[in-house]
Write a protein that binds this ligand. Sequence first.
Ligand SMILES: C[S@@+](CC[C@H](N)C(=O)[O-])C[C@H]1O[C@@H](n2cnc3c(N)ncnc32)[C@H](O)[C@@H]1O
Ligand code: SF4
Length: 417
Amino acid sequence: MNIITDLTRMWLTRSVKPFLFQNEFDQQIPYDKCRRMGLYIHIPFCKTICNFCPYCKVKYTENVCNRYIDALIREIHMVGSQTNGKKTVTSLYFGGGTPALAADRIDEIIQAVKEHFVITEGIGVELHPDNVTVPVLRTLKNAGVTKISIGIQSFQKKFQSVLGRKAVDVSTISDVLLKIPFETVSMDFIFALPGQTFENLKEDINIAFANGANHIAVYPFIDFTFTDSPVQTMPKKQKRFLLDAITNYCLEQGYVRSSIWTFAKEKNALYSSMTRDCFLGFGCSAATLLQRQFKINTFSVEEYCRRIDQNILPTSLTLRFTPRQRMVYYLFWTAYSTEVDIPAFEQFFGVPLKKMFGLEIRAAKMLGLITEENGVLHMTLKGAFYYHYYENFYTLSYIDKMWGILRKEAFPKQIKL
Ligand SMILES: C[S@@+](CC[C@H](N)C(=O)[O-])C[C@H]1O[C@@H](n2cnc3c(N)ncnc32)[C@H](O)[C@@H]1O
Ligand code: SF4
């Protein structure tokens, strides 16, 4: 599997140089010149830990959570005070873990962010279905949150028990959402679970849109090597059938495909922290992507708080891109939105996209993976499947390796991918 990602990386970057992440970092972060930058905040606490979940999280205790949030606010001030005046950013997303467990401190965190940044496209928070209550949603809304995303996974008991989660009470969720509306209400589902059919997924999608969601994310199940989930992955052919069937069904219903795995009922219902040119991440395991570097914070809550106590950034690893590596990284994540804007690439890198990747673009068109219209490359259904397929490889060979190491070692010496 690694051979595929290695060869693709060598071919696209025209170099045998691996992505080299090292245990070093800039205490002054060069984000001043980044345009269209997003913010991400990680809150790593959950009431119960799901055995299939790869994210950085620990069991919730009020004490540790409060100590962590004190440190988080200090990290925001440490980084935010590095520029003069307030920097305009697109959005702020809270992910986890289960950030809504800290609902009563979200306002304080947002106020800290607003001392340094102006947010133009809203604030999103991830919730576990148990967090969907009137008091929690009211607290979030009063703090300025405009988007929520609820980790449903499946409305069907059978698949919740495959995942080791309890059944979701859709009527409670629907009632609460009617009382406290948000601009975007997204619901997360997992597909390609053993025995799951298109009919099962269609029912989930219909229930979601009929009960308060205006956006859904349907993620393929990924079996990370470091998790101890007993769930078997579905064969590639069956997965492709499901992804195509979900996509066709959503498009027939008039929903907009906002990225490979997300669909919106209304055009401006958006929930994505991925498709930004640059982003700043705060909290443990949060990543930061800038013009020339990618860096990732330590996964250890303890070490994170210790570094902040010493006024040192909690960065674990930094990757300093070669120009071509950065272009490949840009294209990979921009393509997640199913399209690439040709002039935007040139504006970001100062060189035309077709000068750098003309051969690849011609080949992708010939293979029916992309089409071009008014300066935008659009992924076809076939292209979206292969992207999804490659993303799976990428996740299993790059993210799996990196997160697997970072979960065990707070500050590894280096990681080569
Ligand atoms: C941080 S959780 C969402 C909020 C909340 N913690 C919850 O579980 O309800 C993010 C989402 O990642 C997805 N996810 C987690 N583990 C996954 C896996 N192994 N494969 C695919 N999707 C996964 C789930 O859909 C989950 O809702
Ligand atoms: S899926 Fe959600 S609740 Fe479960 S462990 Fe992961 S972050 Fe926590």
